[in-house]
Structures are given as structure tokens and as C-alpha cells.
Design a protein around this ligand. Structure first.
Ligand SMILES: [Fe+2]
Length: 245
């Protein structure tokens, strides 16, 4: 589903275009190469590939899978995508570790009896192809993607900024949502102590399109939603929490 020039929604359980539980998955179309932002929960995400084809894009051009973080609804389909398309998977160092070793093991949680964490236990594991540092840029086709390390929702969350025809698009994962909502999980799964620092990385950037991994996106004025989230920390000292996907 084309959202705006070069930006497509190719997966989303909430919008009913891929299996339940999938986060919003986006494709950015550079010349001759496609970038997938997150890939969903389903172990068989072929519907996402069908959506990419339906939008007139060539899945053979899928070269980069950039993970905002390694939660199952964003990353469980990584193995399928790499095996099916040859896409290379990139994440922050922390999230690459989660992908390889498991979230519960990484944060040191023993939760044998907690059914709410079962999806983390069952998550497919694999080694990322590349690790991204804060501020690192990837030149992909005619586009430049900047990786921004934004701890908060998770310890290693990243947002990805790309300028398309003079407009700044931000793929924000679960770090910040439309209307300034943020997503804090029970400790130690989130990094609440550093959430403000993570949001500060997104302030003053003049973001136009804000594309989070859940809820609504916007094509213009994205910065004001980020700024609202920050104001909730600095002025109200009470964030608005996103309670559902
Ligand atoms: Fe998440």
C-alpha cells in the first residue's frame, strides 16, 4: 500500500494486510534497491512479499532489512526473509545481540511460568549481517538512511531517517507514536532511565513523515508528535503511554 512517494506499507496485522501480530512493516524504494523496515511476527510472512509485488515493486531488489528493535512482532520473520530473498539484516549492536541470544537471556529474566513472555522464548534466533552505530549512514541507491540510536522502548532501539524529495521521513519503531505516545515495558525490558535521552535524539530534526510501527502514521508535521512526547517528560514529567498495538 503506497503511503507517499517511495514509502509503502507492506505488512501490518492491525490494518489487516498481513497476519495478526505483525507490526507495521514499511518498504522504502530507492533506485534499484528496496529497504524493508521490520518484518513482522509470522514465521511465514509470504503475504508481506505478496504485498510488495502487488505494489509493483520487485522483491529481488530487497537488499536491506533494518530492524528498529528485536521484539518478535518486528523481527521474528527475519530468518524467513533472509532465506527467501537474501536480504541482509542490520540492527544496533544491542538489538543484534538480542536477535542472536534471545531477549530474556540478554536482560537476565527467568520467566518460565509467565505466559505473557512466551513469544520472547519462542522467537527465532539468528545473527545479524551488520551492526549500526548511532549516526551511521547507509547509502542505498539514491537515498541516504541515517540510523539514530534511541534507547527507551528497548535498550538498543533505533529510528531510521531518510530524506525523500526534501521531506524528512522517520521510521520510529516503538519509540514514539502519533500524538506523543511512547511504549514502556516492565523493567528490565525497557530502558526508562534513558527514554528522555532517546527522544532527545529525535528533537529538532524537522521530521515531516512519522512512520511508527503501531497505530497511525502521518505524512507531515511528524516533529510535533515527537516534541509532544518530550514535553510530557520535561513539563508534565508523565508520559502518555501506548497501551495496545
Ligand atoms: Fe517493541
Amino acid at each position: 500500500m503506497k503511503l507517499t512517494e517511495r514509502v509503502y506499507l507492506c505488512g501490518s496485522g492491525a490494518f489487516g494486510i498481513s497476519p495478526d501480530g505483525d507490526c507495521h512493516c514499511y518498504v522504502i524504494a530507492a533506485i534499484d534497491e528496496l529497504i524493508l523496515i521490520d518484518c513482522g511476527l509470522s514465521p511465514d510472512p509470504s503475504e508481506i512479499l505478496c504485498n510488495i509485488k502487488r505494489d509493483g515493486l520487485d522483491p529481488k531488489k530487497l537488499k536491506y532489512l533494518l530492524l528498529t528493535h528485536a521484539h518478535p512482532d518486528h523481527a521474528n520473520a527475519c530468518a524467513w526473509f533472509r532465506a527467501s530473498t537474501g536480504v541482509r539484516i542490520w540492527a544496533s549492536e544491542y538489538e543484534a545481540g538480542v536477535l542472536e541470544n534471545g531477549l530474556l537471556e540478554t536482560v537476565g529474566l527467568e520467566t518460565d511460568n509467565d505466559p505473557g513472555l512466551e513469544q520472547f522464548r519462542r522467537m527465532n534466533r539468528l545473527r545479524a549481517d551488520g551492526v549500526l552505530c548511532d549516526g551511521e549512514t547507509l547509502n542505498i541507491g539514491d537515498l541516504t538512511v541515517t540510523a539514530l540510536l534511541t534507547p527507551g522502548h528497548t535498550h538498543g532501539s533505533m529510528c531510521f531517517e531518510v530524506e525523500i524529495n526534501g521531506k524528512k521521513m522517520l521510521f520510529a519503531g516503538d519509540e514514539v507514536f502519533y500524538n506523543g505516545f511512547i511504549s514502556v515495558l516492565a523493567p528490565p525490558l525497557s530502558d526508562y532511565a534513558n527514554y528522555r535521552r532517546g527522544l532527545a535524539r529525535l528533537c529538532g530534526r524537522g521530521i515531516d513523515g512519522l512512520f511508527p510501527s503501531h497505530l497511525m502514521w502521518t505524512l507531515r508535521g511528524g516533529q510535533k508528535h515527537i516534541d509532544k512526547a518530550m514535553r510530557n517528560f520535561t513539563e508534565r514529567q508523565r508520559p502518555d503511554l501506548k497501551l495496545y498495538s
